[in-house]
Design a protein around this ligand. Structure first.
Ligand code: ZN
Length: 526
């Protein structure tokens, strides 16, 4: 077991790399920088910002995050080949604390079916890769991909060799979410027993949630001596996702007795705002019953429970909602609230916006909302900020919407949109099965972007008949999934905004794709 001096657990966040790989979660550069800023504030130790060789966009994003972030290390991912490693080194070069993360699969399945390489060759390549990276940068992390399914003696051999070659962190991934807590714990313990130089490196773990055990596997590895956890906000990531940062951190904080007093440097009161922000930027909704950050995580419906909590919170609450940044919903602002009050409340809710953006929000969306709705709640303010930020990549903006419905289900909609890039207004009308369908069709006619809706939900942001409604949807465009979100006191308008958000994402994605091929063609022509 680790000594008492080594109770600090390094939080390696891969929301921008593994998280961004979730279907439908792609982020643009502005959004990635916003997430990186939030992660730095949250107190993560390492930000894995992307996989630079995969596209010029990824390269640029890693570079931009490297320039922006000061305290955390910034990491770029690379396959175990020179050109990947060089590209990653170049991308993280501007960082104050640059790191390269080299990976190579070691399991039998991957060796035989993917790499077609024998063990000794894998070993040789791993060492060469680490040495190559080490020549550029000192902080090198190596991952034997699919470690959880690798024969433990061979895994130990690889780990020992890469530490000798200069790896300062060795990450043991359960790439396919196959392991179980007792097996994973045994694997980490095995490495501590069989790798002679293991104390020269930090042992990390990276667990996937295919069987819902990512967080449990991560925590059990910490008990066995791992001191870096690889996590994402809201647990987003490839397939079923990664271990959720907020769950791992709160488990360590809430149960020091179970985890030997191991702690992270996370400012837990920012967990909730960060979770909301990542959800908004990626369009991936957090399940209501999600641990720590779900909407119902601290809601008590049963009379007995609610009564207990009122008498003494700890009867049914093991964590204080305030400790994760969840303030009780309260009436805060109204029509007569001033700009200073508005700014103060934004700060308390964890939003850090430039002054110009605060002014724009206050005199625009906030005034308008306060006119429509007498009482403005925290959730309303959060929704305003979120829809404002969603506009950063918009091509089309909603100007006017008129809907007519008739008995028998048919409806017609007239929609006017502004193309912000081309600075022109366009109007068209369509009929459909109900008002929402009619609106969507009219928008397709104007923008020329057609989507296949796969999920569409409406919910109220706050309570009461004047509540703001939030529409969220997911749609397919070719082989890509895009999401959109809109908020308004009128649910048809919220739906229109959500659909337009998805259309704007498709356009942004196409713009980025064409950038890969060369000069500045794209967007403008559209
Ligand atoms: Zn992963």
């Amino acid at each position: 077991m680790a000594t008492s001096a080594a109770k600090r657990v390094i939080v390696f966040d891969t929301t921008l790399r593994d998280g961004e790989q979730s279907p439908g979660a792609s982020m643009n550069l502005t959004e990635k920088l916003e997430v990186a800023r939030a992660l730095e504030l949250l107190g993560v130790d390492v930000i894995e910002a992307g996989f630079p060789i995969t596209s010029p966009d990824d390269f640029e994003a890693v570079r931009a995050v490297s320039r922006q972030v000061r305290r955390p290390a910034v990491c770029g991912l690379a396959r175990c080949v020179a050109k990947d490693i060089d590209r990653a080194a170049e991308a993280v070069a501007p960082a104050r604390h640059p790191r390269i993360h080299v990976f190579l699969a070691t399991s039998k399945i991957h060796r035989e079916h993917k790499l077609h390489k024998a063990r000794n060759e894998i070993l040789r390549l791993a060492v060469e890769g680490v040495r190559h990276a080490k020549a550029a940068i000192d902080d090198i992390q190596f991952s034997p991909e699919d470690a959880a399914r690798t024969e433990p003696p061979f895994l130990a051999e690889v780990v020992e060799a890469v530490i000798d070659a200069g790896a300062t962190t060795v990450n043991i991934p359960d790439t396919v979410g196959w392991s179980t807590p007792d097996r994973f714990r045994a694997l980490i313990e095995y490495l501590f027993e069989h790798v002679s130089n293991i104390r020269k490196a930090v042992i990390a773990v990276h667990c996937h949630d295919d069987l819902g055990m990512a967080v449990a596997n991560t925590l059990t590895a910490v008990q066995a001596g791992a001191r870096q956890v690889e996590v994402t906000i809201n647990g987003i990531g490839e397939r079923a996702g990664n271990a959720a940062l907020e769950e791992v951190v709160m488990a360590l904080n809430t149960r020091p007795d179970a985890f030997g007093g191991c702690r992270t440097g996370i400012r837990t009161e920012l967990l909730h705002p960060t979770s909301r922000m990542v959800s908004r930027v990626t369009g991936l909704v957090v399940a209501r019953n999600k641990s720590v950050v779900g909407e119902n995580a601290f809601a008590h419906e049963s009379g007995v429970h609610a009564d207990g909590v009122l008498k003494e919170r700890t009867t049914y609450e093991i964590m204080d909602p305030k400790s994760v940044g969840l303030a009780k919903s309260k009436l805060v602002l109204g029509k007569h609230s001033g700009r200073h009050q508005f700014r103060q409340r934004l700060k308390e809710l964890g939003f850090r916006l430039p002054d110009a953006a605060i002014d724009r929000l206050f005199f625009g969306a906030f005034k308008e909302l306060a006119d429509r709705k007498k009482e403005v709640f925290d959730e309303d303010i959060a929704a305003l900020v979120e829809s404002e930020s969603a506009q950063t990549q918009e091509t089309w903006r909603l100007c006017r919407l008129t809907v007519a419905t008739a008995t028998g289900g048919m409806a017609s909609a007239t929609v006017e949109l502004e193309n912000v890039v081309a600075k022109e207004h366009r109007r068209d009308a369509a009929t459909g099965d109900g008002p929402v369908d009619a609106i969507f069709r009219a928008m397709e006619r104007i923008t020329g972007v057609s989507l296949r809706l796969s999920d569409y939900q409406i919910r109220s942001v706050t309570s009461g008949t004047e509540a703001q409604g939030e529409a969220r949807l997911e749609a397919r465009h070719g082989d890509r999934t895009v999401s959109g979100r809109g908020v308004s006191t009128d649910i048809l308008e919220a739906s229109a905004k959500a659909y337009l958000g998805a259309i704007n994402r498709v356009i942004a994605m196409k713009g980025r794709k064409s950038k890969v091929q060369g000069p500045k063609s794209k967007v403008k022509k559209r």
